[in-house]
Design a protein. Sequence first.
Lengths: 283, 433
Amino acid sequence: MHIVVCIKQVPDSAQIRIHPVTNTIMRQGVPAIINPFDLFSLEEALRLKDKVGARVTVLTMGPPMAEASLRKALSLGADDAVLLTDRKFAGSDTLATSYALTSAIQKLAEEQPVDIVFCGKQTVDGDTAQVGPGIATRLGFEQLTYITKIEDLNLASKEIVVQRRSEGGVQVLKTKLPCMITMLEGTNTIRFGKMDDMFRAARYELKTWSRDFTGAEEAKVGLKGSPTVVSKVFVPKPRAEKAVMIQADGTSPDALAAAALDAIFAAQPKLADDLLARAAAGL
Amino acid sequence: MVEKFDAIVIGAGPSGNAATYTLAKQGLKVLQLERGEYPGAKNVQGGIMYAHELEKIIPDFRDDCPTERHIIEQRIWLLGDDNYIGTNYRSESYNSDTPNRYTIIRANIDKWWGERIRKVGGLQICETTVTELIRDASGKVIGVRTDREGGEIHADVVIMADGVNALLAKRSGFQGEAAPENVALAVKEILFIDPELIQQRFGIKEDEGVVIEIMGKVTKGMVGTAFLYTNKESLTIGIGCLISDFKEGDCTPYKMLEDLKNHPVIKPLIEGAEMKEYAAHMIPEGGFKAIPQLYGDGWMVVGDAAHFNNAAHREGSNLAMASGRMAAETVIALKEAGKPFVAGNLAAYKKALDDSFIIKDLKKYRELPGIMHANKQFFGAYPDEITQAAHNWFTVDSVDKRTKEVSIMKSFVKRRSVFGLVGDAIKLVRAMR
């Protein structure tokens, strides 16, 4: 079985600052990480590898510095890594990105047919959740998004049974391979790699693929192939009010809690009424 | 199968990087292990880097090393309650093609150094913590165990560059716990600010830098110093005192830093800056007398882990780099001669240190830590008296100068007594020679 995991290197959104004058994102000094949502998919792929045996290839598209993310994935246990990098890809939107990644997956399939493609649910920098489904559509794979659990994988019958979080419940879905899966966050915890994998990742000779190599059409990638237009960038007003320091006498937990509640209810009188009403109704 | 290297270096700070780079460049099979997410992730020096030692290791470092500003002016300030007295040294000759000192943000330097290490064939593995040294039946160190599955790795020699806590040397029984009076706790902030403002406030051009070393009442009589450095688009401000003093006193480090930032002579320099990073770190301050055993069968210890820090001159990272290089050169020489890495042969490392500025300087100031620790007047009474004297002297108020002299002298004598003053002078001389 051959599993391809698509990952993206993103700036650590927890550490991003916005330039006060130009409203642009200040990337300088912000560490680059693997998109956190991708790690749930990578871990699930590695679990399948442990369980039924598989070759796991990680794939990313990005600038040469994205190599660090691929090495990280290798150190966690992925078998191979491909960096899709070409100036011609720069400026790709989700339509062009899913096309470019698809061209690379098709290239990988020439070596060994691909049974499952894992993608992150969405990225933390773009937040579109479009690339995974885009790849599935282009490849003609079944689409399994927001998956919380892989219940069963039958290699003989090429069938997979998964649980999918949906509004108001859980769907249990059974489908044929090949398929594209995006895992929901919190469904697993990324592993701590083995020493051998650390060595292998550090020494691995990365495969770097260009547009020419995958055969992606020039008109369908990069800015040319991207119909999305950014019309305006603005900084949303912070929702939270400024923090308030609450004065409290004594150190007993009851007194501190009472002081905190008083301050909250003073600011939100309706909340106090609601809670009192619920308490009165015995809820 | 257990991997075997010529040398394993633990830690990716200045000493570990110097050792790893020197070994790798010489073609030795070297593995560097770092517990942080990337080299520099755990390193908070910020920071003056002295070029001379780095240049010895990487002559062309200036081509791409991410330094902040080269230093053209050094200020030394003694702070009073609302004043300071100080000296400045500024020289146009520091604007050469090969400046001597730079302000830096350590994490950037170590990331860059990691790339340089990989370029010369060194293997650097991060996010991996060494949990213990592995020894053979004779007690010789033959490798390390990491916190990862299958984490046993062997090497002819292990160089411990794991920083001030020297956890591995302590765990292995090579060092005892550091005394609280031999370690300082320093806190610092990086304050983000428009480079134009830095240039205006400090009277410098782009790339030029000013550093201020500070002593005085802001440490509230504790043994400690403060600093303010200009980076490209930020200022680094920090303060540190001996742990033993923090323990006895009732002032927390962050309170002290707040007081420093609000001091009337500091505040205008940092006005309008936005805090970007807050960090705390320990600094070995015990000097010569606190240096532990430096080598043994199959191991050496370098940098902060060996307590190499010259508190009097605020030099640490250059001692770290030099010691890392010397440890590596010892390994290279033994490897070439085909000699085993036993204590008797590794003693060459100690010999190299003894012959260098590292041990010579630390020896010169060997009495300094003890004298400072036992004589708090240097951090309380004197800054007070000296700044008050300056205030008295420079205030023109129709009091004749002779009367001013007498009143200043009286104030000193009242505070310290004649014997006290003479004794303090003798102590200072002893501390410095």
